[in-house]
Write a protein that binds this ligand. Structure first.
Ligand SMILES: Cc1cc2nc3c(=O)[nH]c(=O)nc-3n(C[C@H](O)[C@H](O)[C@H](O)COP(=O)(O)O)c2cc1C
Length: 179
């Protein structure tokens, strides 16, 4: 079982969530920051997770480019989406509206995984906006444990499906030889 977790992040929340997910997964896991590695072969994986965070109303450009480049191969594979954002409605808004209806509708899971705010990483303008809009004034980490758990469970479900397909195939071949 090979799983790809490809993500975009501005301040590291999505990377941290991706690492948490990876720790609990069976088999081989490739963790890829899409800013650093843009040339991925999604066909080489059994399950694909794409994560992003919302910044100023949109997800990272490198994540949107990933969908543009891999749309065709991705929709032929089991894949899931997750998002870090101040607002849980951002999952649908960003993936369905900005990335596309097909990508959103065909995803097997679409999870909200929470947010964090680290004021030491923000510039003056960002701090002012966050304090005003989110009413948050101190560092906070609020990862959504339920969302993370659902993502892990989904990958395990894909693994069970693959295993069943393989054992069914072996059984069929066995029957064929006997005849
Ligand atoms: C400057 C700034 C702008 C943000 N804009 C949005 C936004 O438009 N919508 C939203 O739901 N969350 C917004 N957030 C919250 C981030 O999505 C949240 O902090 C998330 O944990 C960031 O994940 P990352 O560290 O992986 O980039 C914003 C955060 C900052 C600091």
């Amino acid at each position: 079982m090979k799983t790809l977790i490809a993500y975009g992040t501005k301040y590291g929340t999505t990377r941290k969530a991706a690492e948490e997910i990876a720790k609990s997964l069976p088999g081989e896991v490739a963790l890829v920051d899409l800013k650093e590695n843009k040339d991925l072969d999604v066909c080489a994986y059994d399950a694909i997770l794409i994560g992003a965070s919302v910044y100023g109303g949109n997800i990272q450009r490198e994540v949107r480019s990933f969908f543009d480049q891999n749309h065709h191969d991705l929709v032929a594979k089991p894949y899931g989406l997750f998002i870090a954002a101040g607002n849980d409605l951002e999952v649908e808004r960003n993936y369905r509206v900005y990335v596309g209806k097909t990508i959103y509708d065909q995803a097997e899971i679409r999870e909200y995984i929470g947010y964090s705010y680290d004021f030491s990483k923000m510039n003056f303008f960002e701090k002012t906006i966050i304090k005003k809009v989110s009413k948050v004034t101190e560092n906070v980490e609020n990862l959504d444990k339920e969302g993370l758990k659902n993502v892990v469970q989904w990958v395990k479900e894909v693994e069970r499906r693959l295993y069943k397909r393989e054992t069914d195939k072996t059984a069929e071949q066995g029957t064929g030889t006997e005849e």
